[in-house]
Design a protein around this ligand. Structure first.
Ligand SMILES: Cc1cc2nc3c(=O)[nH]c(=O)nc-3n(C[C@H](O)[C@H](O)[C@H](O)COP(=O)(O)OP(=O)(O)OC[C@H]3O[C@@H](n4cnc5c(N)ncnc54)[C@H](O)[C@@H]3O)c2cc1C
Length: 440
């Protein structure tokens, strides 16, 4: 399925309540009232689909990537917030059940009772706080797991309030067709929660792993190797990632996404390259072999599968090398003879992982490995500076460079620069795949 179909499906769901409202053929109202109701109903549909977008469904993430899915989740949340803020102000009619003095016939009255008024106000106040708490998450004094728990609970409370408000208030609420649509969306949102917090962990509990080794492989960077306890190998494609949980139970919010750095050909073992950045990753070096581990299903669209390419370019910044290593390793295991170029940027030589393996990779026919250091020590004979547009133009100067597949992973600024450079170089967007590790 093309990502455009996903987007069209999304738009159809967000706009469906407007269509279902129009089909009711109610007596005409002022256009401002109609827009106010429309914004409210669209915002509710968007909010319910947000549960599905954050529900880690491979149908979505495998097509557009998890980072794009989460970006979209953030963007539409802000759009829904705009709709919700405007919603009460656009009405010309009074929201309360009691007609106002100038409206003895009640024609300008929406008919909210105290309950639906309260749930409307609750959602109207809570949603901006909720969105602001997400935008400024990094500035809050909470661990990611605590924030995530608050995010899930907050979303449930807001969805509950809006559900009550939508079913009880307004002139469209009595329509059975529209009510059926809301029930469907609510069921989808609930199913997404059950899937993420119950069914997935249950599945993980049936396939436990254990840590077989932890080794420091570069500055603040570790290799973590897992082995399945029951011998069942994780199905994944080179370039994908999985959520990792360490500890006695898979029923925990403490889970972190990591790209699988080993090739599918190395299964049943699964290796990760993990850089210390926060509370979980800083403790990784102290994890004892034998520790229980759980892995969610593999996600992501940073893969060669199903894509035509005359050559493969892997462009990594720092720990962004992890998924690209998996791809390079699998190409070797498959005897894939297509030209391969790996461009790998770091600050210092101490951050380069698997330097010897990469040297051996470079001995392969038609293979180049180019290291770039932004802060090299004296005596570094390789390339210096940042990965730049000039460097991209120079390295990928093959005649058929436009027909190569470019797979990028690294810091957001680097990804943006490289994507722009590749597009300017004539590479079509469909030949560029990128993934970033941080969603904001
Ligand atoms: C698709 C993907 C693949 C990744 N692959 C790798 C990899 O191969 N190697 C590597 O070193 N890092 C990888 N990361 C980044 C890694 O997940 C974070 O560095 C790690 O989770 C940080 O956890 P922490 O507790 O140490 O730090 P914290 O201080 O808790 O988190 C730092 C930042 O990491 C992100 N983060 C933390 N927990 C989660 C979570 N559960 N879900 C989503 N984001 C989270 C948030 O943006 C947070 O602000 C990947 C991230 C993603 C999204």
């Amino acid at each position: 399925m093309h990502p455009l179909f996903l987007f069209a499906g999304y738009l159809a769901v967000a706009l469906m309540p407007l269509l279902l409202g129009a089909l009711q053929d109610l007596p005409p109202r002022h256009w401002r009232d109609e827009i106010a109701s429309g914004l409210g109903m669209s915002a509710f549909a968007i909010l319910l689909v947000e549960f599905v977008l954050s529900g880690r469904f491979r149908t979505i993430s495998a097509r557009i990537g998890m980072d794009v899915t989460m970006r979209f989740h953030q963007l539409v949340a802000r759009t829904a917030l705009g709709f919700v803020i405007l919603h009460p102000f656009l009405y010309l009619t009074s929201p309360m059940g009691t007609p106002l003095p100038y409206d003895p016939t009640g024609q300008f009255t929406l008919g909210l009772d105290t309950g639906s008024m309260l749930t409307g106000v609750l959602a109207w106040v809570a949603l901006p706080c909720f969105v602001l708490m997400s935008i400024f998450r990094d500035q809050l004094p909470y661990r990611y797991e605590a924030w995530r728990a608050m995010h899930a609970l907050g979303a449930l409370v807001i969805a509950g309030a809006v559900t009550h408000h939508t079913f009880e208030a307004g002139r469209y609420s009595a329509d059975p067709l529209l009510a059926g649509f809301w029930v469907l969306l609510l069921a989808g949102a609930l199913a997404s929660l059950v899937w993420t917090y119950l069914l997935s962990p249950l599945r993980e509990a049936r396939h436990p792993y254990e840590v077989s080794s932890v080794a420091k492989i570069a500055l603040k960077t570790w290799e973590l190797t897992l082995r399945p306890k029951d011998g069942d190998a994780l199905p994944f494609e080179a370039g994908q990632f999985a959520w990792l949980k360490l500890g006695p139970s898979p029923f925990t919010l403490a889970e972190n996404p990591f790209s699988i750095a080993s090739a599918p050909a190395e299964r049943p073992d699964v290796r990760f390259v993990i850089k210390e950045v926060g509370d979980f990753t800083r403790r990784i070096g102290k994890v004892a072999p034998g520790t229980n581990a759980y892995l969610g299903r593999a996600h992501g669209n940073l893969t060669l599968t199903g894509r035509e390419a005359k050559g493969v370019a892997l462009i990594a910044g720092g720990v962004g090398i992890a998924p690209l290593l998996s791809i390079a390793r699998q190409m070797q295991a498959d005897g894939d003879t297509r030209p391969l170029t790996l461009l790998y940027g770091n600050r210092t030589a101490g951050q380069i992982v698997y330097a010897e393996e990469l040297d051996r990779l470079a001995d392969r026919a038609d293979t180049k490995v180019v290291h770039v250091l932004s802060e090299p020590a004296p005596g570094w004979s390789g390339r210096k500076g940042m990965i730049s547009a000039e460097l991209i133009g120079e390295i990928f100067d093959a005649e058929d460079a436009r027909d190569w597949l470019y797979i990028l992973c690294g810091p957001p600024a680097m990804l943006e620069l490289v994507e722009d450079a590749l597009l300017a170089h004539g590479v079509p967007p469909k030949n560029i795949l990128a993934e970033q590790f941080y969603y904001d």
